[in-house]
Design a protein around this ligand. Structure first.
Ligand SMILES: C[S@@+](CC[C@H](N)C(=O)[O-])C[C@H]1O[C@@H](n2cnc3c(N)ncnc32)[C@H](O)[C@@H]1O
Length: 280
């Protein structure tokens, strides 16, 4: 499969990767986090990683863990920018710190394809990277996530970015999308970043490989003829051919691009993050 690379910027650098970990710089703060796709050897030594890093995430289960401070006195909350968007970062027990920097290529794609007053839907929206970008271009943004604290975090990012007027939807993404389709609502841009294992409206557990056809079908009902759709998936069980066939069925006359979303470290290592599908 072809790769598409996100770029680094002044606020974010993937310094090195390897031994199932990644060394990243967020503004002035450097972290070590687990990364199962970094199955190769890093370029820098373990000692060099430890000398550079301020915090290291130590896994305590497959889902959670804690942060070890390697440089005492480092603030545990700070901000970085991407263009005019400001992100508030903090150390969470889920190893994430508030943005998925590999989304940078999508943020630029959105900026280039959205117009003033277009309707834009961000499903499984996390802290709102895509929402802030679309909002900064003057779009009418609907941001849907099922976790209350995550919606509050996104609002904080909107305020820190001196933006306003994003519509917050605290709901199950599929439930909201179905309601919007019933109302005949249309969007010019739709982005979805569903987790590999999801929890639905009735607390039922689902796997993306089973939900994918329904998500794509709903998106086809909600997308304007000239609109664009971006879907990120992170499951080895959802193969390129299956993505291609499913998407083609719902969007027979649109351009479909499927790539491995990737980032190159400063030391030259390539890290892959999952499948990125664009329909436009
Ligand atoms: C992988 S993250 C998205 C990252 C985001 N694209 C970014 O780059 O900032 C997945 C998000 O989906 C949310 N989520 C999980 N299940 C959901 C559901 N059923 N409905 C809506 N949101 C859900 C989680 O709270 C989380 O914020």
């Amino acid at each position: 499969m072809k790769r598409i690379f996100s770029g680094q910027w002044s606020g974010y650098e993937l310094i090195d990767a390897g031994n199932n970990k990644k060394l990243e710089r967020w503004g002035n703060i450097i972290t070590i986090r687990p990364e199962r796709n970094a199955y190769f050897s890093p370029i820098l030594t373990n000692q060099e990683w430890k000398q550079k890093a301020h915090f290291e995430f130590v896994e305590e289960s497959t889902q959670t863990g804690s942060w070890k401070t390697l440089k005492q006195g480092t603030p545990k909350e700070w901000q970085i920018n991407y263009k005019a968007c400001v992100f508030n970062l903090r150390l969470t027990k889920f190893k994430h710190i508030g943005i998925f920097p590999e989304q940078q290529t999508n943020w630029d794609f959105i900026k280039n394809h959205i117009h003033k007053e277009d309707k834009f839907l961000n499903l499984f929206a996390y802290t709102g990277g895509a929402s802030l970008i679309a909002n900064s271009a003057g779009a009418d943004v609907f941001h849907c996530d099922s976790v209350k604290q995550i919606i509050s975090w996104s609002k904080e990012n909107m305020e820190s970015s001196n933006q306003a007027n994003i519509h917050w939807v605290l709901d199950d993404a599929l439930k909201f999308a179905k309601r919007e389709a019933k109302r005949g609502k249309l969007y010019h841009g739709i982005v979805m970043d569903p987790p590999a294992f999801g929890i639905g409206a009735k607390k039922e557990r689902w796997k993306i490989e089973n939900k994918f056809p329904e998500l794509v079908q709903l998106a086809s009902q909600l997308l304007e003829k000239t609109g664009f759709l971006i879907i990120n998936t992170y499951s080895p069980k959802l193969k390129e051919e299956e993505i291609q066939d499913t998407v083609k069925e719902s969007f027979p006359s649109k351009r479909i691009e499927i790539n491995k979303l990737s980032l190159k470290s400063t030391t030259g290592k390539t890290l892959e993050y999952g499948e990125l599908t664009r329909v436009y």
